[in-house]
Design a protein around this ligand. Structure first.
Ligand code: SAM
Length: 262
């Protein structure tokens, strides 16, 4: 939001800013790797290996990393699969993914609401809350249907989504971090009316504002999430609360769903 300055809604009063419907088109640009500097390929490796074990990824499988970002999970997963594809909307992150995975994976720029594959994959993975971005249930359902359509019959999926209860219980309204010369200020709040967790992030470089972005994610509870997946053609077989295999519970940070195309 970016790159074009401070015009996207910081608070001028106590009224929360409006997060634009298309926030995801601006939030994952060139500065994303600075804002999420701690989200490295090294940190992602145990998550990727947990996912691989859960979906029983084998050397003959074709895999899609939906919303692959800079490819930090793909670097671990691609060598374990026959074919690996990373799909993302951000050209900046896809360029980083290209540097990270080289010839090990194909990279595709597309919107997750229109996944351009049919019956092509044995496995689809989706990491780090890359779901629930859209304003309407129909749009989020379209993503689920797209995953089901992209899978071969009996194909498996792994979706690493947030835990709505944990988000509510642990919300930190304001925080400030420093990475090198950058200062990153986050403001978070829950829009109860729309059932969403919202966040604005302001990035300053040596005191000068260089980027302001917003994020807004729908807070699906377990039953609602499972219902949405079922309606879209995905059956949940197991749910976990973290990448260490802990059972799903309100006190756990993640809602990780593993299952099959129905
Ligand atoms: C929270 S990041 C996670 C990235 C990656 N999975 C990881 O763990 O680092 C969300 C990703 O979703 C991508 N994204 C956002 N909106 C998208 C859309 N409409 N279609 C496809 N990708 C999208 C972003 O570019 C970003 O890479």
């Amino acid at each position: 939001m970016a790159e074009n300055g401070r015009d996207r809604g910081m608070m001028s009063s106590n009224t929360p800013p409006t997060i634009e419907r298309d926030w995801f088109e601006h939030a994952f640009g060139a500065l994303y790797p600075i804002v999420y500097a701690h989200r490295t390929a090294e940190a992602a490796r145990p998550e990727a290996l947990f996912a691989a074990a859960q979906v029983r990824l084998s050397a003959g499988d074709d895999l899609l990393d939906l919303c692959c970002g800079n490819g930090r999970h793909l670097v671990t997963l691609a060598p374990l699969a026959r074919r690996a594809v990373g799909l993302d909307y951000s050209p900046e992150l896809l360029a980083l993914a290209g540097n990270a995975v080289g010839a090990e994976a194909e990279l595709v720029r597309a919107d997750m609401r229109a996944i351009p594959f049919r019956g092509a994959f044995d496995v689809v993975v989706n990491f780090f809350t890359s779901f629930g971005y859209f304003d309407t249930r129909d749009e989020n359902l379209r993503v689920v249907r797209g995953v089901a359509d992209a899978l071969k019959p009996g194909g498996r999926f792994f979706i690493d989504y947030l835990s709505a209860a944990h988000v509510r219980d642990t919300l930190v309204p304001h925080s400030v971090r420093h990475t090198g010369d950058y200062e990153i200020r986050d403001t978070r709040w829950i829009d109860e009316e729309r059932g969403r967790i919202n966040k604005t992030t302001s990035v300053m470089l040596r005191g000068t504002p260089v980027q302001e972005t917003g994020e807004s994610v729908r807070l699906y509870g377990l039953d609602e999430f499972r219902g949405l997946l079922a309606e879209g053609g995905l059956r949940v077989d197991a749910v976990y609360g973290d990448h260490d295999g802990a059972p799903f519970a309100d006190s756990r940070p993640r809602l990780i769903a593993v299952g099959r195309k129905t």
